[in-house]
Design a protein around this ligand. Structure first.
Ligand code: COA
Length: 275
């Protein structure tokens, strides 16, 4: 299991509560993403998906940075004449970002510092994002001669407005965690010394819910984005039926009975207790 394995560019620790802490671990390089980091992430994120002890995945960075984006030396310059490594690392990156995007488990980006360029791909792939107020975000690509590639232009544009996307992609200006909240890029920003505490609070809240209900909910919210109204009605009805079959805890029945008969809780104010 990933949690028990040592990696050179990634740190993984599944704690006793079930929070899988995954950290970019190249602090001396501001956690720039090298080919090795992508290969390791591909293994770590896919392993966590089937690891029963991991209930919520938190993605963060060691040191002062979340991730300074793609490694200009190892990912770009050194692979200019090495198409094999370029190809493999591009696809490893794409794979692990997709694993994260499509994970059945809740995923939280805990942005503790710099978040540049390619780092927006894993950021956007996480369900929930919380940042330090003084974290530094930026699309720096324009400053060194490329466009925001991979799928950075796409994920940034999906998260932010047309105006902000163009402004930040074209100027390369940085913005902090509070501005990232304004722009809808992260859910909330807190002082650095509260970042971990607030992240754990969110993770605990998520762990109170049925994992099946959570998985289906996040899949549904993501899937309807590209659908028209009629298609979404059909899809959600089918997905709802599939959830009733998949939720072995019978959350729906219990939720109704605890509220309507036992009057032991209020669904508007919190989750029904799990066994
Ligand atoms: N690729 C490769 N190396 C990187 C890197 C990146 N994206 N980001 C940082 N590093 C390396 C630096 O080259 C330096 O290495 P060295 O110690 O061997 O010289 C080390 O990390 C520390 O970086 P430094 O610039 O000295 O740290 P800083 O704290 O003063 O500044 C940043 C931090 C993130 C503002 C700055 O490193 C930076 O601008 N990085 C590039 C960000 C970027 O454009 N990313 C987008 C890529 S798509």
């Amino acid at each position: 299991m990933s949690g028990n394995k040592d990696y050179s560019c990634v740190k993984v620790k599944v704690d006793e509560e079930g929070i899988a802490w995954v950290a970019f671990n190249r602090p001396e390089k501001r956690n720039a993403m090298s080919p090795t980091l992508h290969f390791e992430m591909e293994e770590v994120i896919s392993d966590l998906e089937t690891d029963e002890n991991s209930k919520v995945i938190v993605l963060t960075g060691e040191g002062v940075s979340w991730s300074a984006g793609m490694d200009l030396k190892e990912y770009f310059r050194e692979t200019d004449n090495n198409p094999k490594v370029r190809f493999k690392s591009q696809w490893a990156h794409r794979h692990w970002a997709q694993y994260l995007m499509l994970s059945a488990k809740p995923t939280i980006a805990m942005v503790n510092g710099y978040c540049f360029g390619g780092a927006f791909t894993p950021l956007a792939a996480c369900d929930i994002a919380i940042a330090a107020e003084d974290a530094t975000f930026g699309l720096s690509e324009v400053n060194w001669g490329i466009l925001p590639g991979g799928n950075v232009s796409k994920v940034f544009r999906d998260l932010a407005s047309h105006r902000d996307s163009l402004f930040y992609a074209m100027t390369g200006r940085t913005f902090d965690g509070l501005k990232a909240v304004d722009m809808g890029i992260v859910n909330m920003a807190v002082p650095t010394d509260q970042l971990r505490y607030e992240t754990v609070a969110i993770a605990r809240e998520l762990m109170e819910k049925s994992p099946a209900v959570l998985a289906f909910t996040k899949q549904a919210v993501k899937a309807v984005q590209g659908m028209d109204m009629n298609m979404a009605y059909e899809y959600l009805a089918a997905k709802q039926g599939a959830l009733r079959a998949a939720d072995k805890e019978g959350t729906r029945q219990r939720g109704m009975s605890e509220f309507l008969d036992e009057k032991s809780y209020r669904p508007g104010l919190g989750a029904v207790k799990r066994d």
